[in-house]
Design a protein around this ligand. Structure first.
Ligand code: SF4
Length: 401
């Protein structure tokens, strides 16, 4: 029977240029400091790739074998030893050139490729051994694959791996932040499909589950978390709780905070971005400073840890506005569990990209963008130093509430 090999680049290979950077040092410290709380990261990935677990779920259901090939260096680009096999890749801007190199080094092999790049057909025009598929369902309908599509999940290729599995109860977000490329429509998954994810996770070694919902609390099934909490802790005695992502608007409601606390939510990642009302309004964030402060108070009252998401590089930030954000973080530092520090990336299709003339500034690893002025860059350097300092301080002093 035909075998499928999932090919995944090792993040240590893809991001080798970042080793030793201020961000790399911070996130290495983060994983180390929080490991005792269940922050488990597989060596080769930041998280288990969902595209693999969803495609492999369908393959497993129909009795197909599969394998995982981790590509950790150029010496692994030749795949000849696997024939006859179909190789699968998920293509992103960060790995697309390497994917093409692997495909060109293996012209006698078949590749089925999906992912998130612009104009994929143009990009792979000179690779006749590639079939581009835009979804798992498309993959199932590929000539030669021909299996009926259903939503499935399998972690069989990751059995025993220590990690934080992702659970998706819904996709999309009802808000419309100017820089965000998340689909502007919330769709909840059927209870049966949520259950499939939980059942599949039983082979993993985990203490925490990360809720993949972009703004937890918007989808009509969010109250199912209470039942999920019961189900998971009964089948995994090591399970300690959930990490969710949501807004300060949601957490400014004491009732919401009490609800999530009763469902085993341990950590809230809150997309604060900046502590400046005018910028929050300009970027159409659903909260203001008052809501942020109220959220901090509400979450503290129910002993939920907060990870503040902050953005470097918003257009309009100055040394003064960055300084206000630093002051907020410094004041609330004793309550913060950690920081998620992101560089603003300009994604095509967002209102922000339109306003900036769609400059090619999609690199999340770089804080400097083509539109930044010398003053902007000076302010960015000032903020970067300050925010990582606070982040490192938090990591040195804080564990669970
Ligand atoms: S609230 Fe978060 S997910 Fe929703 S649009 Fe804003 S940034 Fe995107």
């Amino acid at each position: 029977m035909k075998k499928y090999v999932f090919c995944q680049f090792d993040t240590r290979f893809l991001y080798r240029g970042e080793v030793g950077s201020i961000a790399d040092d911070f996130y290495s410290r983060h994983w180390q400091a929080k490991e005792q709380d269940g922050y488990y990261k597989p060596d080769a990935f930041w998280e288990i790739p969902t595209w693999i677990t969803e495609v492999d779920g369908v393959l497993a259901k129909h009795g197909y074998k599969s394998e995982l090939k981790v590509i950790s260096g150029f010496e692994y680009f030749y795949l000849g030893e696997y024939t006859p096999t179909t190789f699968l890749f998920s293509v992103l801007d960060i790995n697309k050139e390497y994917v093409k190199q692997v495909i060109k080094a293996n012209t006698s092999c078949d590749f089925i490729v999906g992912g998130y790049i612009d104009n994929p057909h143009d990009f792979f025009r000179d690779c006749p051994n590639v079939t581009w598929r835009k979804s798992v369902e498309d993959f199932c309908n590929t000539i030669g694959v021909d299996i009926p599509y259903s939503y499935e999940v399998s972690y069989r290729l990751f059995a025993g791996v220590k990690c934080i599995p992702r659970l998706t109860m819904s996709t999309g977000c009802n808000h419309n932040c100017k820089f965000c490329c998340v689909e502007k429509c919330v769709k909840h998954l059927k209870a049966d499909d949520v259950r499939k994810q939980l059942d599949a996770m039983t082979v993993l070694d985990y203490q925490l589950i990360y809720l993949n919902d972009k703004t937890f609390g918007q989808a009509q099934n969010f109250k199912d978390l209470a039942v999920i909490w019961d189900v998971v802790r009964h089948c995994n005695p090591d399970f300690s709780g959930f990490i969710i992502q949501t807004t300060a608007q949601k957490c400014s409601s004491p009732a919401f905070c009490e609800f999530i606390s009763g469902c085993g939510v341990l950590i809230v990642e809150m997309g604060i971005e900046t502590f400046n009302n005018d910028l929050l309004a300009e970027y159409r964030k659903p909260h203001n400073e008052k809501m942020i402060l109220k959220s901090m108070q509400n979450l503290q009252a129910v002993h939920i840890n907060v990870i503040a998401n902050v953005l470097i590089g918003l257009v309009g930030e100055t040394k003064k506005s960055y300084s206000r954000t630093l002051t907020f973080l410094e004041l609330y530092r004793p309550q913060l569990y950690s920081l998620n520090i992101f560089n603003l990336a300009i994604y095509a299709g967002t209102d922000l990209a339109a306003g900036l003339g769609a400059a090619d500034d999609t690199d999340e690893m770089k804080s400097e963008k083509s539109y930044h002025t010398p003053d902007d860059l000076e302010a960015i350097n000032y903020f970067t130093e300050g925010v990582f300092d606070i982040g490192n301080f938090i990591l040195g002093e804080k564990n669970y509430a």
